[in-house]
Every structure is written in C-alpha cells, then in structure tokens.
Design a protein around this ligand. Structure first.
Ligand code: HSE
Length: 313
C-alpha cells in the first residue's frame, strides 16, 4: 500500500508569538510512504527537489536513514500502538526551501505521520498526531498549521498535549515572504537565545501577543502595527540575519507596512502590509539586501486555509 500526503509550508512566530503562533502558506512538500513487500529491505528515504530555485544542499541536509526526522515521527506513531515500522519506502517531493524559516522540517514530520496513520488505519486523532509531531520538532508553531491549516495559536501543555485555536487572517492584509539565498538551521538560530529574559521583555511580548489577536479579530491596522514587535527572539537573532535591522528601519516609513518580522527562526522574513504599494516594499527589501550582497526571492502569498491533505490517485 502507498499513501501520499501534501503538506503546506508554514511561517511561525509572526513577531510576538514565539513558539505559539504559526500560519500555513501555499508551498508544498509531498511525502509518500510505501510499505514494501520484500522483507528485510529496511527503510529507504528519497528526496526529490521540486523547488523553483534548485537547492542542491537540500538533499545533503536530510538524513536518509533511521536518523531522519520523518522516520523518528513514523516510529513514534508505530510504537504508540505497540508496533515497529519495518519495510518502508519514504519519498519527499520538496518544494519548500530548507532551513529558511518556512517549516520544511515540520512538513516532512507531518507528512510522514499522516501517511503512516493512514497506512495503520487511523489509530491517532489530530491531537495525538500534533503531540507526536511536536515531540519530534521541539515546538508546535509549525507543525500545528501544517496539520490544520490557516493561522493558529498553539500551545504545548506540560503533559505534552497540544491546545490550538484557529484565527481568521484579514483578507485586507498581504503576506510577503522574502527568502535570502543562504540557510540558517533552527538549531543554530535557537542556540543564540537566552535561557532567561528580563521581566519587562516578557511583559512587552505578552502585551504584543494580546494586541495581535485583537488586531486580527477586529482588522485593526493601527493595533497590528504595534503588535508586530518582539523582544523574546528577534533581537538575539538579528546578528544571524545581516540586513534585517536595516530592512525593518527602511520599511518603517512606508505607511502601508504593518510590520516586518522573522519567519520562524529565519533567515526568511515576512512583511505584513495593506493591499497596495507592494512594488515599493519589494524594491526596498531587495535593494537593502543586495547592498550587502544577499540575493532574495520575494513572493506575496495568501494564507493556506487547508492543512495537510491525503492525496488520492
Ligand atoms: N518558534 C520556532 C523558533 C520556529 O523560532 O525557533 C522555528 O521554525
């Protein structure tokens, strides 16, 4: 039996929502799992690059054996029902650029889990799948929108369970994704974060996150402009994303820009703006990064409201 799952890209954090806000975007990885009939063939993992800008490094980054995050996720699901995966062929057709802050690892974890769950006859519900996916990924803000779609507020509780709520992104606001031509692993990007933060910074983010939710619910431009700020992760990560401080500064004077934030752990960035003046915004980003020899791919995308889908032939 062979199952394929189409999983969207995701952007996480969205400024103040470190590790708890995420949004699905219409770029996809397709993950296929096939039970092979020959006993003893073991695990085989293949990656096929379907991205627009062919990313040769991508294939090197993805372990192709039992150390793969896909295999780990699949194994946890099998173990949860007292089984062990044996002969599996896993294929990833990848359109989501790796290590750019667009949830490529979350997408393969989610795709592997959903395909295995289908093969096993649905032993796990969405909440159980979210818990396993978060255990492998380490935080829930990419895997949750990858599974359920849309913009979500998500939390991993102390017992490991995941609570999430969907929010409605206002159609009036554009999401422009800017992907520089270099990689930054989430591991490195998390390694620069402090273990403790000043109380006033924690309060700053609590206020911004509350503003974010109210701004989204009431489509309040002015409140969103205040909300799209952060003191928990972006200040520490600035040094890993040269040019980001200048882009934020240069966009500040653009009336239509509501905010410019890191996409997940970076190095991609997301600009939220009102629905016009996009050319000007794009050229500011392009010029600022090109000044320091960074090439950038810029694209404006809608929210993907659907989460991962099982593909039927
Ligand atoms: N919330 C995570 C981080 C997202 O910022 O490290 C990683 O994609």
């Amino acid at each position: 039996m062979k199952i394929s799952v189409k999983v969207p890209a995701t952007t996480a954090n969205l400024g103040p929502g470190f590790d708890c806000l995420g949004m699905a975007l219409p770029l996809y990885n397709i993950i296929t799992i096939e039970e092979t009939v020959l006993p003893g063939t073991g695990i085989e993992i293949n990656v096929i690059d379907k991205s627009e800008t062919s990313d040769e490094l991508m294939i090197d980054h993805m372990p192709m054996d039992e150390n793969s995050i896909i295999y780990k996720a699949v194994e946890l699901l099998y173990n949860s029902i007292g089984q062990t995966p044996s002969e599996l062929k896993i294929t990833v057709q990848s359109q989501i650029p790796i290590a750019r802050g667009l949830g490529s690892s979350a997408s393969v974890i989610v795709g592997g889990l959903l395909a295995a769950n289908e093969l096993l006859g649905h032993p796990a519900d969405v909440v159980a799948l979210l818990s396993i996916a978060t255990e492998v990924e380490g935080h829930p803000d990419n895997v949750t929108p990858a599974i359920v779609g849309g913009l979500v507020l998500t939390s991993q509780e102390e017992d490991g369970s995941i609570i999430y709520r969907k929010l409605n992104w206002p159609e009036e606001w554009n999401i422009t994704i800017c992907i520089p031509d270099y990689e930054l692993s989430t591991e490195i990007s998390r390694s620069v974060l402090p273990k403790e933060v000043p109380l006033e910074d924690a309060v700053f983010n609590a206020k911004r996150l509350a503003m974010f939710i109210e701004a989204v619910n009431t489509k309040d431009d002015a409140l969103m402009k205040l909300a799209l700020q952060d003191k928990l992760h972006q200040p520490y990560r600035m040094k890993l994303v040269p040019g980001l401080d200048r882009i934020i500064e240069n966009l500040k004077h653009e009336e239509d820009v509501l905010g410019c934030v890191l996409s997940g752990a970076g190095p991609g960035i997301v600009v939220i703006s009102k629905k016009n003046n996009l050319d000007k915004i794009k050229s500011i980003i392009k010029d600022t990064w090109e000044d320091i020899n960074v090439k950038v791919n810029i694209t404006t995308l809608p929210v993907e409201t659907k989460g991962a889908q099982i593909l039927t032939d």
